[in-house]
Design a protein around this ligand. Sequence first.
Ligand SMILES: *Cc1c(COP(=O)(O)O)cnc(C)c1O
Length: 223
Amino acid sequence: MYPVKEHLHRVLDALPEGVRLVAISKYHPAEYIMVAYEEGQRIFGESHEQEIREKHTSLPKDIEWHFIGHLQTNKVKYIVPYISMIEAVDSLKLLREIEKQAAKAGRVVKVLLELHIAEEATKYGLTPDACRELLDGGEWRQMEHVRICGLMMMASNVDDEQQIACEFQKAADFFDEVKARYFADEPDFCERSWGMSDDYPIAVQHRSTMVRIGTAIFGPRVY
Ligand SMILES: *Cc1c(COP(=O)(O)O)cnc(C)c1O
């Protein structure tokens, strides 16, 4: 079996205090998750509705599941009853659907707004302008079953560490702007979810509070 335990501890040891690990377990078997669970890891991230549903059903109930993928509005109702956080909200339409389904389920769902900073055209997410527009609209303030807890972003998938650092810094600066303009009185708005297997050492230097790491813990994914 893949040395999940050793790799998990290597990652945990490299994280500064105050940075939490979301162990990204997509495409990895429940046995791998259980190895990390036995070591005390409780936050896991998945990006497909059906896979997270199966794992949630069969694995311990004190796991906090984060949905990290692109979420279609018609899938929201399936994950809302148990999801701890939806990390990649990139439209008002999706936010509205989460509010609707969370109200039905009688719970409050934590979300992050996905910020698009990277140059790659294929990535999802809100540009800074689109993010301001969504927040200026103010509709989110009436949503009692959605709690916006911060921002999530993915840096460009490049080797140029300076470019990556620059993108994380832009995200950190934008976080400060959004915090001051819209969430100054809301302590819950505090999360900066950036950093993956290849770039988390850079992300934590640019004020990440939450890293999403899969490969460096569980090994390569078999699709
Ligand atoms: C798969 C995925 C990760 C983890 O990527 P690794 O390179 O395996 O660490 C992080 N964030 C998102 C949004 C992902 O889809």
